[in-house]
Design a protein around this ligand. Structure first.
Ligand code: 4AD
Ligand code: MG
Length: 462
């Protein structure tokens, strides 16, 4: 039985069997306490062996060799526990040690390890309370994402990972090639990509948005949920080179509908996690980020603040804060600015809209002022940007002009133009960074600790 089911059962002396990994073993005179965890839930279960009860020889030997990290199968009766903090325990009779763990070299000893150290043993860190909890929350949130959209008539579209175009127009892409780079003639500036596997220069996608748009203009409401890749060398606690993104795209919708969707979506996900991962959140609240649960509960009840970029910059300028980067119209909002807007000005999530076109992607719809675009970023306290999105430019001429102005090769995007050429509609979408979401609900400070095997500049060891 999984421990999560055993812990819900009655202490009626029924026979049970658990399989898992030993967290701790305490040897008393007649009793041996073995704490077993199988990862099915936050808690483990205590198995108590009474040496006075005539344990078999195999069990006696097994017990004497048992150390933290060993894998075991333990049978016994489910009884009320006299110890505090646990309702049940197993009065254990049989022990099978399926795999010993050398006590000298096993890296996860009883003491608390730093998150940095655990990053170096990413293959074992899921056995700790923290990383087990992150993994369970992550899995449940992925289900909640799909459930949210399914309930609202959205279709999941599997957009490609290998692509020939730059969806963000930012040029931070990894190349995909089977050419033997070592054998390339150093004299030519570029390899002959026509000889490459796909017959052209290809990359790992930075976003599934453009392909999602093609399906939104056929199925009305769609979303993608997949891995995306960015070759930006930003070594921060919020950036990965490989991260998962959820990108809904809706036809016949503008910014108001998109903002409402983003707010509903986040509240749905937080509510779901508060309900389904209560044990994990309680742990995060106690050990990782004090006040986390209350924070999420308040957020679900709150209304997100809306502010235009221009008003936000004005607020920052008159704030009297001593920022490292002076807020100026036309510049990116820095993390410190996002923190001010969410934590001090609004005291909660903020949706900033209508950014200057020059700091946003080519596909965003131009406003009548010709200077700003129908963009929206959702900012949250502690973290900053969690969602980025926009209404899309649906006017063929304007889109073409924008792409030419930005030096893009419009020939590569003729398929994207077709959406404007044939039955164009106002449409909008956003991207939610899945790891930023997990960071937010867990309180984990570093994004590398919310994905099993983080990929960042200089980091792909596992
Ligand atoms: O703002 P971004 O770059 O927007 C897009 O990619 C659009 N195509 C989305 C759309 O409209 N369909 O990224 C969206 C979100 C960010 O708000 C952030 O949460 C996350 O993706 N993100 C990253 N997360 C981890 N590491 C990185 N390097 C990230 N870059 C963006
Ligand atoms: Mg963004």
């Amino acid at each position: 039985m999984l421990i999560k089911d055993i812990l819900k059962a009655e202490a009626d002396s029924s026979e049970v069997r658990v399989s898992g990994w030993v967290r701790t073993k305490r040897d008393m005179k007649n009793l041996v306490f073995v704490e077993v965890n199988d990862g099915s839930c936050f808690a483990g279960i205590q198995c108590t062996f009474d040496k006075g009860q005539g344990l078999g020889a195999a069990t006696e030997t097994g017990l004497s060799r048992l150390t933290a990290g060993a894998s075991v199968i333990i049978s016994g009766r489910l009884v009320p526990s006299p110890a505090s903090g646990q309702r049940l325990e197993i009065a254990a009779t049989d022990l099978i040690v399926t795999g010993e763990a050398d006590a000298e070299s096993y890296p996860l000893q009883k003491k608390r390890h730093s998150l940095e150290f655990l990053r170096e043993i990413a293959h074992l860190r899921a056995r700790t309370n923290t990383f087990g909890a992150v993994a369970r929350v992550r899995s449940r949130m992925a289900f909640a994402v799909n459930r949210f959209f399914e309930e609202r008539g959205f279709f999941l579209i599997h957009t490609p990972i290998i692509t020939a175009n730059d969806a963000e127009g930012a040029g931070a892409m990894f190349q995909v090639t089977t050419l033997d780079l070592a054998a390339l003639d150093g004299s030519s500036a570029q390899p002959d990509w026509s000889r490459d596997f796909f017959g052209r220069h290809c990359y790992l996608t930075v976003s599934g948005q453009l392909e999602a748009e093609t399906y939104a203009t056929a199925l009305s409401r769609v979303y993608t949920f997949g891995p995306t890749f960015r070759a930006e060398n930003s070594n921060t606690a919020r950036h990965l080179a490989e991260f998962w993104m959820i990108e809904p795209e809706i036809a016949f919708a503008g910014l108001p509908e998109l903002m409402a969707l983003a707010e509903d979506f986040l509240k749905y996900l937080f509510t779901d996690t508060l309900e389904k991962s209560a044990d994990e959140l309680d742990f995060f609240d106690r050990h990782i980020q004090k006040g986390l649960v209350e924070n999420l509960q308040n957020l679900v009840k709150s209304q997100f603040t809306h502010i235009t970029y221009t008003d936000a910059v004005n607020e920052l300028q008159k704030s009297g804060e001593d920022f490292d980067f002076r807020p100026v119209w036309g510049g990116d909002l820095q993390t410190e600015h996002e923190k001010y807007l969410t934590e001090k000005l609004a005291g909660g999530p903020v949706i900033v809209t209508d950014y200057p076109k020059d700091i946003k992607a080519f596909y965003m719809k131009l406003n009548d002022d010709d200077r700003t675009v129908r963009a929206m970023d959702v900012l949250v306290p502690r973290l900053g940007e969690i969602i980025g999105g926009s209404q899309r430019e649906d006017d063929m001429k304007k889109l073409e002009k924008r792409m030419i102005d930005m030096g893009m090769n419009i020939k590569d995007y003729s398929w994207y133009m077709d959406l404007r050429r044939y039955g164009t509609v106002p449409h909008s979408g956003f991207g939610l960074g899945f790891e930023r979401l997990i960071q937010y609900v867990s309180g984990m400070a570093n994004i590398r600790d919310v994905i099993p095997y983080p990929r960042a500049a200089g980091q792909a060891d596992f």
